[in-house]
Design a binder for this molecule. Sequence first.
Ligand SMILES: Nc1nc2[nH]cnc2c(=O)[nH]1
Length: 159
Amino acid sequence: MPAEDTRLTDAALMREAVALARDNMRGGGRPFGAVVAFEGQVVARGVNEILASHDPTAHAEIQAIRHASRALGRPRLDGCVVYASGHPCPMCMAAMHMCGIARAFYAYSNEDGEPYGLSTAAVYAQMALPPEGQSLPLRALRPDGEDGLYAEWQAAGRP
Ligand SMILES: Nc1nc2[nH]cnc2c(=O)[nH]1
């Protein structure tokens, strides 16, 4: 007999992300939840913890990525899929790109969030501008005599 396929569907995994968001909200947190899955199995879950942890980076997706990375014992999540209750912000999208997430889904759009102050469209708009046009100026500033940090890292053969 062929082995039973125990993979959860995209819809089921997203339902879990939204349930996490709702539980977090009802417990006093912000209404965001996320699930990281691999081949239809939950690797880790996360909820927005910015209020409880005083950590502005503790978005649901970042928390789920952190927990997934710890659960797998490695900093890369190649092939994993993220199910996010809300449209991920640029920080979370960057984190997903950088750790190898293959695909991501969201349930509530930035348009859905806009009337409630839960949209990150304004941050996307800033990120789309050239650095010199952004409201947060980013400029190179290398101390005199500073050189070779990266070459030293490479020479040390560090991962
Ligand atoms: N998708 C998403 N959007 C947010 N905007 C503010 N916090 C969050 C979060 O945790 N997830």
